[in-house]
Write a protein that binds this ligand. Structure first.
Ligand code: GDP
Length: 307
């Protein structure tokens, strides 16, 4: 079995994977996706990161935003706002169809792995999308305004409240989805996408047993830094890293992944930090990692595949 395994969050991961599917056979890809952002709103089961990767690979995603459907409308949400105070979550009309279908399948007794595969199959995806686990895990952020779900912190409060701590609620009872250990063992390469290290990749890493499997695969693990020149391109990775007293830089990300990371691609703009990363026992490579066009996404993916 020839395969490449990816650990993925949402928007940052999707950009990289969009490049990758253009240069390798997508049927080889096993994409393990964070489910710590999952939540239930309007009585519907929503999996934000799974949906971002699904819509991107199905070429349905709104490319400007990096999430949700293209040419989306929000009529249903306007009405839902009359009934719920959850209208801060931007669920569009087309997107709601996915949440309805997913919720229906849950009610019929399917688990998250099966449901994700069913949706991927209906949308004719070739890559294999795998939720990190089937159990419910939810990331909560303790802030100066109280404890809130990550999506509430991110979308409703726009990452403004000061972060005190992060909790992966339910993680202790989570078990790595069935075939993941085998895929990790067989993989030619394991790629950690340029995703939020704390609430996208970090959640996956905290599933009991996950880090130990990764430690034994160190040489074939490759990550791309989501932090460039001490800042994120999008999202709160910098704020969350700072709240954990991690240095907000590619070196800080390398230290967070140090136990299992063998190879790290940092941005050209951070090349002066290459040595600091290599002192951690991690091979470092400098490349242009800003994926603002399909050509650049493909170039970065090709660079990583050729390593
Ligand atoms: P989310 O769950 O939708 O926030 O997405 P992810 O966790 O997958 O990704 C968020 C991270 O992706 C942020 O820390 C960004 O800095 C990073 N990111 C987004 N676009 C790019 C890019 O073009 N290049 C790199 N290197 N990182 C990126």
């Amino acid at each position: 079995m020839k395969c490449i395994v990816l650990l993925a969050g949402g928007v940052g991961a999707a950009k990289f994977i969009e490049g990758l599917v253009n240069i390798v056979d997508p049927t080889q890809l096993k994409i393990i996706i964070n489910t710590g952002d999952d939540l239930e709103l309007f009585g519907l089961k929503i999996c934000p990161d799974i949906d971002i990767i699904t819509y991107t690979l199905a070429e349905l995603v709104d490319k400007n935003k990096g999430w949700g459907y293209q040419e989306e409308t929000f009529n249903c949400l306007e009405i839902l706002k009359q009934y719920y105070d959850q209208g801060w979550f931007n669920a569009g009309d087309k997107d709601l169809a996915t949440h309805i279908y997913r919720t229906d399948l849950f009610r019929q007794g399917y688990n998250k792995t099966e449901i994700t595969s069913k949706i991927a199959e209906k949308l004719k995806l070739k890559a294999h999308l795998i939720p990190m686990c089937n159990e419910e895990v939810q990331t909560f952020i303790e802030t100066e305004m109280g404890v809130m779900h990550f999506e509430e912190y991110y979308i409703k409060y726009q990452c403004k409240p000061k972060v005190k701590s992060i909790e992966y609620r339910g993680i202790k009872n989570a078990t790595i989805s069935e075939k993941i250990p085998l895929y990790l063992e067989k993989a030619e390469k394991i790629i950690i996408c340029p995703s939020n290290p704390i609430v996208s990749i970090g959640t996956i890493l905290h599933i009991p047993g996950m880090k130990n499997i990764l430690k034994s695969a160190k040489k074939k693990i490759f990550a791309i830094s989501p932090i460039i020149q001490g800042a994120t391109i999008k999202g709160p990775a910098d704020k969350l890293m700072a709240s954990l007293d991690l240095e907000v830089s590619c070196v800080g990300v390398a230290k967070y992944y140090q136990e299992f990371l063998g190879n790290f691609i940092i941005d050209l703009k951070d090349c002066e930090q290459k040595e600091q990363i290599e002192e951690l026992g991690i091979k470092a490579y400098c490349f242009d990692t800003i994926m603002d066009s399909l050509a650049k996404k493909k170039k970065l993916a090709q660079f990583l595949i050729d390593l």
